[in-house]
Design a binder for this molecule. Structure first.
Ligand SMILES: C[S@@+](CC[C@H](N)C(=O)[O-])C[C@H]1O[C@@H](n2cnc3c(N)ncnc32)[C@H](O)[C@@H]1O
Length: 468
């Protein structure tokens, strides 16, 4: 590695150099060639693999509350936070997903700010970062479960309903019937949602909504493990009340362990330590030069359609009436957008787009949009970071129509051109148990099905870039 950098430094005169142990690369016209070489020569850093961790380790505290595609493991976020910040520093995740970075920031005594365009991500992150007094939570949830058990165990449902004052909530939407064709099942879910709606405290109500959201895939005919919305008409479905009770009891245990590890001064003054929004990564709720560290894993292009994957929750909670409309604003989505792309600050990106354009105009357009929108996000990151503040970007490369899409190299090139310095690149192998291992050859999407013919990312990178 050292040799490679020295070699490159020689080739580029003083454009590549070392300061202390850190490697700094200046923004130079042909940087993508050197960047490609640097990435190709990088050795895996096994200390970032975390292979020994079990599912229990990675879902400790509130981390296991809700499934979320492509979430990173808490231990990775924790290490980025602890190696790059001190107590009370402000850490940001502009693509917070289900809140991994934020939870770890708070547990480590840092302040946290996070946004995500996805309202489902906002709900999950809010619930996972908000500790609830375990006794209070137990009492309230027991009341909910006992009312629901009363309803589901007795024959005279109307009598029970009027006694416990539940108004069923069932949004009128044909997509709900599409995913939940069994009328009785829809009614059972509407009773659970109706009872949740009567909970007075917002934190406990949101806690129960999060549990409800996480059982929807199991309670529908959604083909489990599929990352494309697919129906499984032969699926055996457990009763919703069974699924809900199991889920909520698991979450109660998680809340208690989160309550126990969170510093007391943060628990008693959460508002001063945490700022979450459903917002766009290009418009962060943070002042210029205010953030010490960004730890994030951005969306991928045409891989996961988060809007599609969270449609069941979005439909039940009426975040949207149409899945297509729900896709708006999501970066990496195939949703149509019009941009002037001349400003993409990466030659490598342009080469890849040109190459892909020969195979599929639509996908080339999606990649163009993606890099352009990611560049806007990096500009926003630059604005909010303090001088010498760092951004840890966790990203893997991919392939579409047999064209390599080198996200990590392109991101590095764009960020260097925006004025960041490179502090470090870490190459980590992704343990096989963590990510779906295959991609659909036509669409490039991750898939767990057997018709997939391509290995997904075996490695990913952590780009650690520093604002000058
Ligand atoms: C790879 S996931 C992040 C997962 C996260 N690291 C975690 O551990 O849960 C990428 C996220 O980017 C979000 N996203 C997509 N477009 C966005 C935008 N314009 N602004 C903010 N978030 C966006 C998606 O909703 C998704 O949650």
């Amino acid at each position: 590695m050292q040799l490679l950098f020295d070699e490159l430094a020689k080739k580029n005169g003083s454009q590549l150099f070392h300061i202390e142990e850190k490697i700094m690369i200046d923004s130079i016209p042909n940087i993508q060639i050197e960047l490609k070489e640097i990435f190709q020569q990088l050795a895996e850093d096994s200390s970032w693999v975390f292979e020994e961790l079990t599912q229990k380790d990675t879902s400790y505290a509130t981390h296991g509350f809700h499934k979320y595609p492509a979430k990173f493991i808490p231990q990775l976020a924790k290490r980025c936070i602890e190696e790059n910040t001190s107590s009370n520093d402000l850490v940001c995740d502009p693509f917070m997903g289900c809140g991994t970075t934020l939870i770890e920031s708070l547990i480590s005594g840092r302040r946290a700010v996070g946004v995500d365009i996805n309202p489902v991500a906002y709900l999950i992150s809010k619930v996972k970062t908000t500790p609830i007094n375990p006794e209070k939570l137990n009492t309230e949830v027991n009341k909910v479960l006992s009312d629901l058990n009363l309803y589901f165990d007795f024959n005279n449902k109307q009598k029970v309903l009027s006694k416990i004052k539940i108004l069923p909530i069932l949004p009128i939407n044909e997509r709900i019937e599409y995913w939940f064709p069994d009328k009785k099942l829809r009614e059972d879910l509407s009773i659970i949602l109706g009872r949740i709606d009567t909970i007075e405290g917002k934190d406990i109500r949101d806690f129960c909504l999060c549990a409800f959201s996480n059982i929807l895939k199991n309670a529908s005919i959604w083909l489990m493990k599929s990352i494309k919305p697919t129906r499984d008409l032969n699926k055996k479905i457990d009763s919703p009340i069974k699924l809900f009770s199991r889920q909520i009891k698991k979450m109660i245990r998680g809340n208690e362990s989160y309550w126990n590890v969170l510093p007391t001064y943060i628990k008693s003054d959460l508002k001063s330590y945490l700022n979450l929004r459903k917002a766009d990564a290009r418009n962060l709720p943070a002042k210029d030069n205010s953030i010490s560290l960004i730890v994030t894993s951005p969306p991928y292009v045409t891989s996961y359609e988060y809007a599609d994957l969270h449609q069941l929750t979005a439909l039940w909670f009426e975040y949207t009436k149409s899945v297509n409309e729900f896709r708006e604003g999501f970066i990496g989505s195939v949703h149509k957008k019009e941009f002037d792309h001349n400003g993409i600050k990466s030659k490598l990106a342009k080469q890849e787009i040109e190459e892909l354009n020969k195979k599929s105009k639509k996908e080339a357009e999606a990649v163009k949009n993606y890099f352009f929108e990611m560049q806007q996000c990096f500009e926003e990151m630059y604005r909010v970071l303090k001088p010498k503040g760092r951004a840890c970007i966790v990203i893997g490369n991919t392939e579409l129509r047999k064209v390599s899409i080198l996200n990590a190299e392109v991101f590095a090139e764009i960020m260097l051109n925006l004025g960041f310095k490179m502090h470090k690149i870490i190459k980590r192998r992704i343990p096989s148990k963590v990510l779906p291992q295959t991609r659909d050859s036509k669409t490039g999407r991750f898939t767990a099905t057997e018709d997939a013919d391509r290995l997904a990312y075996a490695y990913e990178y952590i780009l650690i870039m520093e604002k000058l």
